[in-house]
Design a protein around this ligand. Sequence first.
Ligand code: AMP
Ligand code: ZN
Length: 493
Amino acid sequence: MNKLHIYDSLSSKIKPFEPLEKGKVGMYVCGPTVYNDVHLGNVRTFLSFDLIFRYFKYLGYKVKYVRNITDVGHLVNDLDEGEDKISAKAKAESIEPMEVAHKYTLGFRNVMREFNALPPSIEPIATGHIIEQIEIIKKLLETKLAYESNGSVYFDITEYSKENSYGELSGREIEDLINGSRDLDGQKDKKSPLDFALWKKASKSHIMRWSSPWSDGFPGWHLECSAMSEKYLGNEFDIHGGGIDLKFPHHECEIAQNVGNSGKKGAKYWVHTNMLTLNGKRMSKSSGNVLLPMEIIKGDSKHLTKSYDSNTTRFFIHQAQYRSILDFSDEALKASEKGYKKLSSALELLKSRKNIGPENGSFDVKKWNHSCESAMNNDFNSPQLIAYLFEASKVIQQDIKDPSILGKNGAELLSEKMNIWIHEVLGLTDFKDQGSGIYKKALEGAMNIVFDARKNARERKDWETSDSIRDKLLRAGIQINDGTNESDFTVTQ
Ligand code: AMP
Ligand code: ZN
């Protein structure tokens, strides 16, 4: 495809991408609820949007990427009743809710850094936008799309449905939704079981609370994303993203709130990533069917036979298109490791290629690069892009024997383009780096201490200590490369 096309979940169509403002993209992605460590499923979703962010940049757009932090209103079981996930954790650990949110926000950022995800342009926090949320509620009350009941405020789906279709994003019918709704505590305050909370009056034991015109309470989960997307991107922006499980009720309710607030649905393109599964079942915090990213990097899980670095894991994630289900397995990661190694060594081979052969070779690099673009233009089809990268690796191998395949110019251009696709678009770091981010930094720091100790031993002519450090490190999987550079090492496993 010559032009970028994106699957829009709202219209269920692949649509050519036309930005609202020429040369610019506004993208809002629902961020994590910070009450627990993010799992690999969450990471899949955030890396998918990182790829999308990176590809927009590759195309030359100026991107404003807003990804929030949910630190209030997301109740246990994703319903309108029950305890806030953050305060439940705070109680369990006898700490402040804000300590919970802070701890897991930092953890999330570390994981994102480890996987080489670019930071978003803005990372707004829900509790920092209570005023904006209250303002939207006031407006919805004025237009009669919301009503107050016992200190809580609910969105009125019956009123909204007179002119709009609630359920349009998730393809649900109002009747079915009513029949399927459960009789829960607090439902008595609602006119219809489908109405959802905009503001909830806090019970005495509820610790996360703010004052409002209606009660001391807290905002509903869906409202924060309407408030923060409007504040930073306006009431019409290009992309709204999240995992497919957020389509209903979260994004359905966001659309209703947006329409009630501004007359606009919010995003022009609704983008939903599919789920990462483990043993065929969705990876989720609540079911306990999870694998943590750091468990993979440390190789510390019953699901794994060994550790895999963040590059391998990221490569594995991008080997599936973001809209297909991806099942995690040790074998799949092993295959990804092999695949990425193959790709990296082809790139190394290309870098060390001698400047030989004719000026121009028989392989058309420009045409190949166009195919790579075409793959990504087809709704960010990363597996197709990776297939083209493997094709190029084969060409590189053949060119070693016959340099007329790439020629001098072709080799230079291919090297430049492969670097861009692998490092800048797919976000993979050099395989030789053996990992990225915080772990690599920490390892380098620790190794400098070891090198100092070894240097001191050598200066004392204590060869025994010096050799023993070297041998012990080797057994731990680190090989010291003695030579001109005293602090050179390789991780061997
Ligand atoms: P949460 O912290 O539960 O609000 O989730 C953060 C993001 O991760 C949301 O966009 C979810 O849709 C997404 N997510 C949750 N579970 C998975 C999964 N198993 N696979 C892919 N994405 C997921
Ligand atoms: Zn959201």
